[in-house]
Design a protein around this ligand. Structure first.
Ligand SMILES: Cc1cc2nc3c(=O)[nH]c(=O)nc-3n(C[C@H](O)[C@H](O)[C@H](O)COP(=O)(O)OP(=O)(O)OC[C@H]3O[C@@H](n4cnc5c(N)ncnc54)[C@H](O)[C@@H]3O)c2cc1C
Length: 436
């Protein structure tokens, strides 16, 4: 396996860079060989997916393991829905392949650019009161541990299975994942403009009434947009007219929104009034499509993001406090706040570990006003509700604080000590959130 020269790598948002040497193994055996020789030479190595984490979780300071060659479906059983997938498969490739097999992921987040292992390793989730994050759909995975040994991990090894599904790339390199998929299904999406005061008091009811429910609130206003997705029979086909899809998703959400954000970066005082105009421009729309097309939206406008999970019953308090802070400070925040929900799971470092959560996400345009004060105020608000940060989204918590939020944090650290005593897979982010 040839290594590529050092070049500057950057994550999607452009806020994390490094210049590590890159290895691009073509097979799981080459992955094991790369890890073994890094360990033997006393070097550090980091697996990387699509670089869609906002935190430095994927940053490499010595060697980077780029897994884009490990892409595709290894085997599939259409009757049981069990599908084995190579770890570097981008979700958009996976969704298409599952479509052809008549299968689908039970849930997805907003985008499909992540790799399967990258998404599951940080606890990526979608929305749905009855649906946990993507990693909860893993029934087994092939792991190359830091000593370069390969092993299959499933519920027969509850400790490692509990830890490795959301492993932050700290316990080994995942080369293959077996997923429990569903028969392909169609959804109707109903998107409606509304008032915060009307939705917030009933948000628990809305969470429970729909297979998927999410809300976008426009800071500086009391306007929201809700999106509810529910199952429809296969024969129901009421697509959005192509012109409407292009106008809403490509033009208004991306092209115009991007241009406006570039202008607003120079006139911060115009941001909140612009939100009022943008929120008023939203209109009702409804359409049906195959599940992954309903979940995923193109995102071409670059932003930075922080997201916390709070017990779902705390969501109204969090939004009320955040609204009060924005009103007080009038910070120029040009992106809506996203609110979602998810079911609990049993994965050690999952934000959903044994807790039904609401997720609140704050964003700021990459060239917009400095988000430090906004994100800090948000962190202070969610801290009062034992908020757990998304591992791939900006936060400032360290191992000491995280150990109070995740009951199995200490067990994860102990397992890491056993599997990676020499810290072959470490980086600065892991040192902060797990300890050196
Ligand atoms: C525009 C945008 C939208 C997003 N939407 C959502 C959303 O809706 N819901 C949500 O929860 N999150 C969302 N995210 C966050 C994103 O899903 C996560 O940060 C995810 O981890 C990114 O996947 P990736 O393939 O880019 O992985 P990377 O960011 O490259 O890596 C993430 C972690 O996975 C590890 N890793 C990668 N491959 C392997 C492997 N083979 N073995 C072991 N470890 C590995 C890396 O070491 C690193 O620790 C979004 C991010 C962006 C930029």
């Amino acid at each position: 396996m040839r290594s590529r020269r050092r070049h500057t790598w950057s994550n999607w948002a452009g806020n994390v860079t490094d210049s590590a040497e890159t290895l691009a193994p073509r097979t799981p055996e080459e992955v094991a060989e790369a890890v073994r020789s890094a360990a033997g030479e006393g070097r550090r190595i980091r697996p990387v997916g699509s670089g869609h984490s906002f935190t430095a979780v994927a940053q490499a300071d010595d060697l980077r393991l780029d897994l884009h060659h490990l892409s595709g479906i290894v085997s599939a059983d259409r009757h049981t829905g069990r599908v084995r997938v190579l770890a570097g498969t981008p979700l958009r490739v996976l969704n298409q392949a599952l479509d052809w097999l008549g299968l689908a992921m039970p849930n997805l987040g907003d985008i499909d650019a992540q790799t399967l292992a990258g998404a599951t390793s940080t606890g990526t989730h979608g929305t749905g009161a009855g649906l946990p994050g993507l990693a909860a759909g893993i029934v087994g995975l092939r792991l190359v541990t830091p000593d370069g040994q390969e092993r299959w991990v499933d519920e027969s090894d509850p400790e490692l299975f509990g830890a490795a599904r959301v492993g932050l790339g700290a316990l080994g390199v995942v080369t293959e994942i077996e997923l429990a998929c569903l028969p392909a299904y169609r959804l109707r999406a109903v998107e409606s403009p509304d008032e915060l005061d009307a939705v917030l008091p009933r948000i628990q009811e809305f969470f429970d009434a729909h297979r998927h429910f999410e809300m976008y609130w426009f800071p500086g206003t009391r306007r929201v947009q809700t999106k509810a997705n529910d199952l429809v029979p296969d024969e129901v086909d009421e697509p959005l007219p192509e012109w409407r899809r292009r106008l809403d998703d490509e033009l208004l959400s991306n092209t115009v929104f991007g241009a406006v954000n570039r202008v607003l970066a120079h006139v911060p005082r115009a941001v909140l009034p612009f939100n009022a105009v943008a929120a008023r421009a939203l209109s009702q729309r409804s359409y049906t499509a195959v599940s992954h097309e309903v979940f995923v939206t193109p995102r071409t406008v670059r932003f930075v993001e922080s997201e916390y999970a709070v017990p779902r019953e705390a969501v109204a308090d969090v939004l009320t406090d955040l609204h009060a802070w924005v009103e007080r400070r009038r910070e120029p925040i040009s992106f809506p706040v996203e609110v979602r929900v998810a079911a609990p799971d049993d994965i050690w470092l999952s934000t959903g570990h044994e807790r039904a959560n609401a997720y609140v996400a704050v964003h700021q345009h990459v060239r917009g006003a400095d988000p430090t004060a906004y994100f800090a105020a948000f962190e202070e608000i969610v801290a009062a509700h034992a908020g757990r940060p998304h591992w791939g989204k900006l936060h400032t918590l360290d191992a000491e604080r995280l150990s109070t939020l995740y009951p199995r944090h200490g067990d994860f650290v102990a397992l890491r000590d056993r599997l990676d005593p020499d810290r072959v897979l470490a980086n600065d982010y892991l040192d902060r959130v797990l300890g050196p």
